[in-house]
Ligand binder design. Structure first.
Ligand code: HEC
Ligand code: HEC
Ligand code: HEC
Length: 466
């Protein structure tokens, strides 16, 4: 009796591993390769979603004339008439270029290697080359890929391509992206075969996953909320695919939608809680703080590290101020979730040795009381990554150092040196514990073994301070 279950269990385990690997493959990469220097933020606009072919028309009718206000056709800086310009703006907002350009390769020609625990997966060529790109695709094929994760010819795509979010895009917006991609010069670039072992390489397995965890559905405005909130909800849940990193996943790596945007860990970076949670989240940030962070990579409270740097460099720093304000309005309205448990104060001896290391090695930049220097050296007092429940980010930054992301708004990027060569595992643990429990911060103590594990796992990577 029991034996008959084994094949089913094996299938599930394989599927889980496989999906886990794919869904997070991109985010498990090395620290982001953010080019240094300034760049020209893209212009353009996101267009007006029209009536959709299926179930949305009823909603649109209920939503009434105010739906125009959600996607303003002539908001400042938006040239709504030109689908190519709109498409280009959306391509930035959705970060297509970052994933679809290999290191040193032609833009949008794909073949970016994405390392996963079970093998390599490569992004596809999005230029109109008929043999190796999407030259033979129709507009309808493209919509199906974005809306349902099914490619030209009917093959299932892996969710390393974030179709689970792009499904929210309106048809006119997808068509605008298509119009922009058609203007790219065709480039002959074969997508290398994914290197995933049998049986995990069976694409139709994804149909099972889709049936269980994915519902293709365009964004529906909520008539009870403001136009700006709806615009933000659309950008966050659709093109921005913020939940790809910020929403915790279930066993099969599908989003846990009842914990949307409450924070998650990918590639040993903690993508923080974006709700208004007072301890872990953005409760103390104003909408202006959020806009400044997304535009410039830092604000008076924080500087962006880890995989968020790539998002800011390629995507949010190129978005219009009104769209960033809409995202901020939406995030600020996310309710806080359950309060964290009361924590035990760490050992006094550990706190004392942590303090000595801090005074010696850190206070020169971060200040004697963790106050930092505004927009230069981030404050550690009240800083969310510092007292996040999960200490992964702070441990990695102390070991590897970090350079802030350069953006058009803030082209020079201050850096923090790596301390891996100088501090032992227990010293890194002590100084982390100290900063996590001083100046009003409170968070679980960091152990020597947590540091040792991250040190070994990332010792072969290039330091983030380039
Ligand atoms: C997080 C990384 C990531 C982002 C962001 C991303 N893609 Fe992809 N995309 C991929 C990967 C990986 C594949 C290959 C999936 C596979 O092999 O099943 C892919 C495949 C595709 C395909 C299928 C092409 C084919 O020949 O089968 C299309 C179309 C596509 N992406 C379009 C886009 C567009 C348009 C955007 C921006 C709106 C975008 N992608 C953003 C990673 C990404
Ligand atoms: C590739 C993964 C990834 C994606 C996609 C992503 N983020 Fe992040 N985000 C992160 C990580 C990692 C951090 C933590 C950065 C740090 O520790 O400095 C972060 C931090 C943030 C913060 C700062 C939180 C704080 O308390 O300091 C904000 C705000 C934010 N992200 C907003 C967004 C928005 C809005 C989107 C979608 C447009 C988005 N992120 C998409 C990975 C991601
Ligand atoms: C030379 C100046 C300098 C020194 C010394 C220094 N830091 Fe930093 N630190 C920085 C800069 C600059 C950043 C921002 C880097 C970024 O944006 O990625 C930073 C970031 C951080 C962060 C992440 C904050 C966030 O919001 O993401 C932590 C935690 C941190 N430092 C702790 C320490 C500790 C602990 C020490 C001593 C062992 C130390 N720093 C020594 C300059 C310094």
């Amino acid at each position: 009796m029991r034996c008959s279950r084994i094949p089913a269990i094996t299938l599930w385990v394989s599927l889980a591993t496989f999906v886990a690997a794919c869904a997070n493959g991109y985010y498990r990469q090395q620290p982001p390769a953010v080019p240094q220097g300034t760049n020209d933020p893209g212009g353009g606009a996101i267009g007006l979603p029209g009536a959709n072919d299926d179930d949305i028309s009823a909603d649109a009718a209920a939503w009434g004339p105010s739906s125009d206000a959600v996607f303003p056709p002539d908001a400042p800086g938006q040239s709504s008439g030109d689908p190519v310009a709109r498409g280009r703006y959306l391509v930035d907002a959705a970060d297509c270029k970052a994933c679809h350009t290999a290191a040193g390769g032609q833009p949008f020609a794909g073949a970016r290697a994405i390392r996963t625990p079970i093998g390599m997966i490569y992004s596809a060529n999005l230029t109109p080359d008929p043999k190796t790109g999407i030259g033979k695709w129709t507009e309808a094929d493209f919509y199906r890929a974005m809306h349902k994760g099914i490619a030209h010819g009917g093959k299932n795509l892996y969710p390393a391509f974030p179709y689970t979010y792009f499904t929210r895009l309106s048809r006119p917006d997808v068509d605008a992206i298509w119009a922009y991609l058609r203007t790219l010069p065709p480039i002959y670039q074969v997508k290398p075969a994914n290197r995933i072992p049998f049986p995990l390489n069976i694409r139709p397995l994804m149909a099972i996953w889709n049936a269980l965890f994915f519902r293709p559905r365009e964004f529906r405005p909520d008539p009870a909320m403001s136009a700006e909130w709806n615009r933000g909800a659309y950008l966050v849940s659709g093109p921005g695919h913020c939940g790809g990193c910020h929403t915790p996943k279930n066993l099969f790596l599908a989003d846990r939608n009842n914990h949307a945007l409450e924070g998650s860990r990918l590639n040993d970076w903690v993508a923080l809680d974006l709700t208004s949670d007072p301890r872990q989240g953005l409760a103390s940030w104003s909408t202006g703080d959020i806009v400044e962070y997304l535009r410039s990579g830092r604000n008076a409270r924080a500087t962006a590290s880890g995989s968020m740097q790539e998002v800011i460099y390629y995507s949010t720093s190129r978005m219009s101020d009104s769209d960033l304000a809409a995202i901020a309005t939406y995030l600020k309205a996310l309710p806080p979730h359950t309060p964290a448990a009361v924590l035990k104060r760490p050992d006094d001896a550990v706190m004392r040795s942590g303090e000595a290391i801090y005074v010696d090695s850190c206070s020169g930049c971060h200040g004697p009381n963790g106050e930092g220097q505004v927009r230069h050296f981030p404050p550690l007092a009240g800083d969310v990554p510092v007292h996040a429940h999960d200490p992964t980010t702070i441990i990695r930054i102390i070991l590897e150092g970090s350079r802030s992301v350069p953006t058009p708004a803030k082209p020079t990027a201050p850096a923090m040196p790596p301390f891996a060569w100088k501090l032992s595992d227990s010293e890194v643990a002590a100084v982390s514990t100290f900063v996590r429990n001083s100046w009003g911060n409170s968070a679980p103590a960091v152990s020597r073994s947590q540091v040792a594990k991250l040190r070994t796992r990332h010792s072969d990577e290039e330091p983030a301070t380039k």
